[in-house]
Design a protein around this ligand. Structure first.
Ligand code: VNL
Length: 194
């Protein structure tokens, strides 16, 4: 369900074809909400059926057409209702922590490799989120630039600051994961020697 609100967020800026939307998605929301094209395109069609979007045919090349989606008043209302509704939390389902609980079964070498992979993954994500903050601060993120163009001067600061706030939280989380896996490596070594 969250995917549709991510798409509404992007389409609140301007109408887009599925193709443009997918590109914009990749440079913005995808850093927070991963979704492949195979989910995006059918979701757009469902959203149109639900009256949240209106599709119009636009020319594509010489003979073909493409659907360009525009957010409707009902789409804007749905987005507002969503942003103002508290989340229902779901209890954790994290395979890494499930495994961590039973590492006494693992070969120490395999346990080490898996902790190292955890560190590498979260270091990569941290870097990507740090780069995104630089884009947001530097005004080089295309999606935010378009959004700010249609945002009243008085609202621009908070429009930017909440995006940065999002990534600060993700970076802090990545750092916690990295520190935890480093502690895991120490523990594995310590217990292996014991
Ligand atoms: C936007 C731009 C959103 C950049 C982002 O992440 C982002 C936006 C949620 O303006 O919708 O990284």
């Amino acid at each position: 369900m969250s995917l549709r609100y991510a798409l509404l967020a992007l389409l609140s800026v301007e109408p887009m074809t599925g193709y443009d939307l997918s590109k914009r998605f990749g440079a913005s929301v995808a850093y927070v909400w991963h979704a492949p094209d195979s989910q995006i395109y059918p979701e757009l069609r469902r959203m149109e059926k639900d009256g949240l979007l209106e599709g119009e045919d636009v020319p594509w090349g010489h003979r073909a057409t493409k659907t360009r989606y525009r957010i409707t008043d009902s789409g804007i209302a749905a987005f507002r209702a969503w942003i103002n509704t508290p989340l229902e939390y779901s209890r954790e389902r994290d395979p890494v922590h499930l495994k961590a609980a039973y590492l006494e079964w693992a070969e120490p070498e395999s346990a080490r490799t898996q902790m190292e992979a955890h560190i590498a993954y979260h270091e990569l994500r941290r870097k990507q989120w740090e780069d995104m903050i630089s884009e947001l601060r530097g005004g080089t993120n295309i999606m935010l630039r378009k959004r700010l163009e249609m945002t009243a001067e008085a609202d621009r600061l908070r429009t930017t600051e909440f995006k940065i706030f999002t990534y600060e939280g993700l970076i802090a989380r990545a750092e916690t994961e990295i520190a935890w896996a480093r502690r895991g490596l120490e523990l594995i070594d310590h217990l292996d020697g014991a």
